[in-house]
Design a protein around this ligand. Structure first.
Ligand code: NAD
Length: 519
C-alpha cells in the first residue's frame, strides 16, 4: 500500500514496501535504462513532514555508480543526437500524455514527501507539464540561421547542436516542476542527462523517470543518481559533463557555479530570493489582500517566488489589520486533508530556522501581529507546522529581512512614496521577482522600468513566466547568463556551429595569402 501511495513502481525501489515504517522501500538509481540497487552503505531517510513517517530510503550513490551513470549517458549520446528531432519530440508528446494520466499519483507523492497541499502539488506537476508541452515544438525552437551568398558563391549557416552529457541538481520545493524545467529541454535538444533529485523528496523524479522510459526514451538518455554533496561535487568535477542546471540555495548554487566553471562547464544557477510586493493606496484592496495572503503563505512560503515582504505605501498601511484577519482564517494541516490551505515545512531544522528568524525580528523591534510558531495541528502533532506569521514595522537592517526565511512569514514595511519603496527593493541583494499592486498605469510603468528584479508582476502576485518565455531571476537570485526554459533554455543546452560553404565553378584566381574578404 505504501508503494502505491508513493506512486513509485517496483522498478525504482528494491525492498517490498510495507505500511509500517520498519521496512521503507530503498530507492534505486537509474543507470543506462535500468533501475539499479545502489551498493551504498549509507542511506538518508525521506520523511513525510506532516507525520515524520519514513517514506523511503535514499542511497548515497558511490563514485563507481556515479561514473557508470555518466558513462551510460556518454554512450547513449551519439545515437540520440542523431535521432531525428521529430522522433525526440514524439517521445515528449507521449511523456506529456503519461504525466497527465498519472498526475494524481505524482501529486500524492509530492504531498507525502514535500508536504504541500494536494491542489498545490497538482500545480507543481502542471507547471512542469507545460515545459514538456513546449519542447514538443523543439524543431522550430532549435532552428538555425542561413544567409545566402555572403560572398561570391558562398553561403553561411549556423546550427544549434547539443552539448553532450548535461546534469541537473534539484531543490526540495518543487519536486516535479524543477526536474521538468531541466531534462525535457536538455534531451529534446539531443543531449543526454544525469539528474540528481533533492534528497528530501526524490519520489516525483523517480515517477517521472519511469514515465520517460515508458514514453520511449532510449536507455541511457536519462539517468538518475541519488545523494547529496559528494555526488554534486562529482557532477561539478566530471570532464564528461558539459553543462549543469542548478536550482536551490545560494550557498550550494555559488559553490557549484565556481567549482563547475573552473572545469569549463556551462552553468545556469537559480538561487534564493526575497520578493517584495509594493502596495499603493489606489490598488483594489480586496484583490490585493487576497494576492498577498496567497503568495505569502501558499506552499507554506516555500516558493522561490513567494511574496515574503509587503511594502505598504502611504495610506495603504491601514490594510494590514485586514491582512491579519485573512491570514488567520487559513487552515493549516497535512496536505492530504480536505480544505487545507497550507501544509508543513520540509523539516524540523527548517522549522527551527524559521522560528529563530521570527524571534530575531521581534527582538530587533518588529511587531508580531500574527504568530504561527506554536501551532498544534490535531491528528498531526509531530508535523513540522508553522502557521501564518506576520511581522510589521520591519526595517531593512533586520536579520529577518536580510535572510530568505522560506516559510509562511510575511514581513510588512512602510514607505511614504513609490520612489522610496522602489529604493528598498533595489537595495536588496536578491532579484528574483517582485510585484506592484496599483490602478495607476503611470505608477506601474515607472515600477517596471526602475525596479531591479527579473520577474515583475503588475497586479499579479507570482509572475512565473510560462515556458515560451524564460524564468528570468537576476542579481543574487541567478548566476549564469542563459536562463531556464524558453529560448534561453534551448540556447543553454545547445552550442552554435557556423558553416561557410562555397558551391560555384570559379575561374582559377591564383594563390592569395591575404585575409579573404567579401569585397
Ligand atoms: P539546497 O541548496 O539546500 O539544495 C539544492 C540541491 O543542492 C540539493 O540537491 C542538495 O543536495 C544540493 N546541495 C545542498 N547543499 C550542497 C552543498 N553544500 N554542496 C553541494 N550540493 C549541495 O536548496 P533547497 O533547500 O533544496 O531549496 C530551497 C532553496 O532553493 C531556496 O533558497 C529557494 O529560494 C531556492 N529556489 C530557487 C528557485 C529559483 O528558480 N530561483 C526555485 C526553487 C527554489
Amino acid at each position: 500500500p505504501q508503494l502505491y501511495a508513493l506512486g513509485i513502481s517496483r522498478f525504482s525501489t528494491s525492498t517490498q514496501a510495507s505500511s509500517s515504517q520498519r521496512n521503507p522501500p530503498r530507492l534505486r538509481n537509474l543507470i543506462g535504462g535500468e533501475f539499479m540497487e545502489s551498493q551504498a552503505s549509507t542511506t538518508i531517510d525521506v520523511i513525510n513532514p506532516a507525520t515524520q513517517e519514513v517514506v523511503s530510503q535514499l542511497p548515497l550513490t558511490t563514485n563507481e555508480e556515479f561514473k557508470a551513470a555518466v558513462s551510460a549517458a556518454k554512450q547513449a549520446f551519439p545515437s540520440w543526437r542523431n535521432t531525428p528531432v521529430t522522433t525526440r519530440q514524439r517521445i515528449m508528446f507521449k511523456l506529456q500524455e503519461l504525466i497527465r494520466r498519472d498526475i494524481d499519483k505524482l501529486a500524492m507523492n509530492i504531498t507525502t514527501e514535500q508536504g504541500k497541499t494536494l491542489k498545490d502539488a497538482h500545480g507543481d506537476v502542471f507547471r512542469g507539464l507545460e515545459v514538456v508541452e513546449h519542447v514538443c515544438g523543439m524543431a522550430t525552437l532549435q532552428m538555425g540561421e542561413f544567409v545566402s551568398n555572403v560572398s561570391n558563391g558562398i553561403d553561411t549557416y549556423s546550427i544549434r547542436e547539443p552539448l553532450g552529457v548535461c546534469a541537473g541538481i534539484c531543490p526540495f520545493n518543487f519536486p516535479a516542476m524543477i526536474p521538468l524545467w531541466m531534462f525535457p529541454v536538455a534531451v529534446t535538444c539531443g543531449n543526454t542527462f544525469v539528474l540528481k533529485p533533492s534528497e528530501k523528496d526524490p519520489g516525483a523524479s523517480m515517477i517521472l523517470a519511469e514515465l520517460a522510459m515508458e514514453a520511449g526514451l532510449p536507455n541511457g538518455v536519462l539517468n538518475i543518481v541519488h545523494g547529496t554533496n559528494d555526488v554534486v561535487n562529482n557532477i561539478c568535477d566530471d570532464d564528461d559533463i558539459k553543462a549543469i542546471s542548478f536550482v536551490g540555495s545560494n550557498t550550494a548554487g555559488m559553490h557549484i557555479y565556481a567549482r563547475a566553471a573552473a572545469k569549463g562547464k556551462r552553468i545556469q544557477s537559480n538561487m534564493g530570493a526575497k520578493n517584495h510586493a509594493i502596495v499603493l493606496p489606489d490598488a483594489s484592496m480586496d484583490a490585493t489582500l487576497n494576492a498577498l495572503v496567497a503568495a505569502g503563505f501558499g506552499a507554506a512560503g516555500q516558493r522561490c517566488m513567494a511574496l515574503s515582504t509587503a511594502i505598504f505605501v502611504g495610506d495603504s498601511k491601514s490594510w494590514v489589520e485586514r491582512l491579519v484577519e485573512r491570514a488567520k482564517s487559513l487552515k493549516v494541516s497535512a496536505g492530504i486533508e480536505p480544505g487545507v490551505d497550507l501544509g508543513p515545512v520540509i523539516s524540523k531544522q527548517a522549522k527551527n530556522r524559521i522560528c529563530k528568524l521570527i524571534q530575531s525580528g521581534v527582538e530587533s523591534g518588529a511587531e508580531l501581529l500574527l504568530d504561527g510558531r506554536d501551532i498544534v495541528v490535531p491528528g498531526y502533532e509531530d508535523g513540522n507546522f508553522v502557521g501564518p506569521t506576520i511581522l510589521s514595522n520591519v526595517t531593512s537592517s533586520m536579520e529577518c529581512y536580510k535572510e530568505e526565511i522560506f516559510g509562511p512569514v510575511l514581513l510588512c514595511m512602510q514607505a511614504d512614496s513609490l520612489e522610496e519603496a522602489i529604493d528598498i527593493v533595489n537595495r536588496n541583494k536578491y532579484g528574483n521577482g517582485t510585484s506592484i499592486f496599483t490602478s495607476s498605469g503611470i505608477a506601474a510603468r515607472k515600477f517596471q522600468n526602475e525596479i531591479e528584479a527579473g520577474q515583475v508582476g503588475i497586479n499579479v502576485p507570482i509572475p512565473v513566466p510560462l515556458p515560451f518565455f524564460s524564468f528570468t531571476g537576476n542579481k543574487a537570485s541567478f548566476a549564469g547568463d542563459l536562463n531556464f526554459y524558453g529560448k534561453a533554455g534551448v540556447h543553454f543546452y545547445t552550442q552554435m556551429k557556423t558553416i561557410t560553404q562555397q558551391w560555384k565553378d570559379l575561374p582559377g584566381q591564383g594563390v592569395s595569402l591575404a585575409m579573404p574578404t567579401s569585397q
